[in-house]
Design a protein around this ligand. Structure first.
Ligand SMILES: Nc1ncnc2c1ncn2[C@@H]1O[C@H](COP(=O)(O)OP(=O)(O)OP(=O)(O)O)[C@@H](O)[C@H]1O
Length: 237
């Protein structure tokens, strides 16, 4: 379970995150949506202990990230920008993470196969396509078989097959009683994957609830999003 309680993050006089409260429950894929600059990354960075909140709390399983005893076994994350060393082979990259978290080498092979990189395991990451790098990022997030998954734009760069794989995988992961928090700009994809939705705009929650509740009165999640955020141009990707 993820709990965000009265969370704020101010940069000088910019209220990037302004008193937001929501939960992501086990058994659900929760979609975290908002236009560029809405405060999604700031929230996720605080949740993952990469940044400090100005006030409020961001908890995973009732604890702050830095208080988790086995972080990688509790929460797996894929955030933009945190990539492996390009010269490294994929299997070495994962083995390094696994070793520092007391995770077996067998699990490394398992996650590589799970994301469809079994054959490419010994290739250097710099030779990987964008989609393969995304899969590798997801593999790293899965290493510790975490109860909570936090993924920022996980389908970025994936082909239709890869997108379908991520959708099915995340739905199954949540169906097994785990918590999935997913941020994406792709509304159709989000509507097909998430069953709960939180929409933020200018640092504030403008809507939250089940997919049906948030889209009630609108033709699609996309039209609900535009109406709630006033983002006439629409999400950019
Ligand atoms: N390190 C920082 N210093 C100053 N301002 C920042 C910093 N990081 C983010 N901001 C500002 O905080 C606000 C929220 O940014 P954030 O990256 O959290 O939004 P986002 O919803 O993730 O956007 P995107 O969809 O573009 O990734 C923006 O106005 C941004 O300029």
């Amino acid at each position: 379970m993820i709990e965000i309680k009265g969370l704020s993050k101010h940069y000088r006089n910019n209220r990037a995150v302004d008193d937001i409260t929501f939960t992501a429950e086990p058994g659900h894929v929760t979609g975290f949506l908002g236009p560029n600059g809405a405060g999604k990354s700031s929230t996720l960075r605080i949740l993952l202990g990469l940044d400090a909140a100005t006030s409020g709390q961001a908890l995973i399983g009732g604890k702050r990230y830095r208080d988790l005893r086995h972080p990688l076994r509790t929460v797996g994350a894929l955030l933009d920008g945190a990539g492996p060393v390009p010269e490294r082979r994929a299997i070495d990259h994962l083995s390094w993470i696994a070793q520092s978290n007391r995770i077996s080498r067998g699990r490394v092979r398992e996650v590589l196969d799970l994301v469809g990189l079994g054959e490419a395991a010994r290739r250097r990451v710099k030779k990987y396509s964008l989609g393969m790098k995304q899969r590798l990022g997801i593999a790293a997030a899965l290493l510790g078989e975490p109860e909570v998954l936090i993924l920022d734009e996980p389908v970025n760069g994936l082909d239709p097959d890869g997108i379908r794989w991520v959708r099915t995988f995340l739905r199954d992961y949540a169906a097994a009683g785990r918590t999935v928090l997913l941020s994406s700009h792709l509304m159709t994809e989000m509507a097909g994957t998430a069953d709960a939705v939180v929409i933020i705009n200018r640092g504030r929650v403008v809507s939250q609830g089940s997919l049906a509740e948030v889209t009630a009165g609108h033709a699609t999640l996309e039209t609900a999003f535009f109406a709630l955020t006033g983002d006439r141009i629409g999400p950019r990707w």
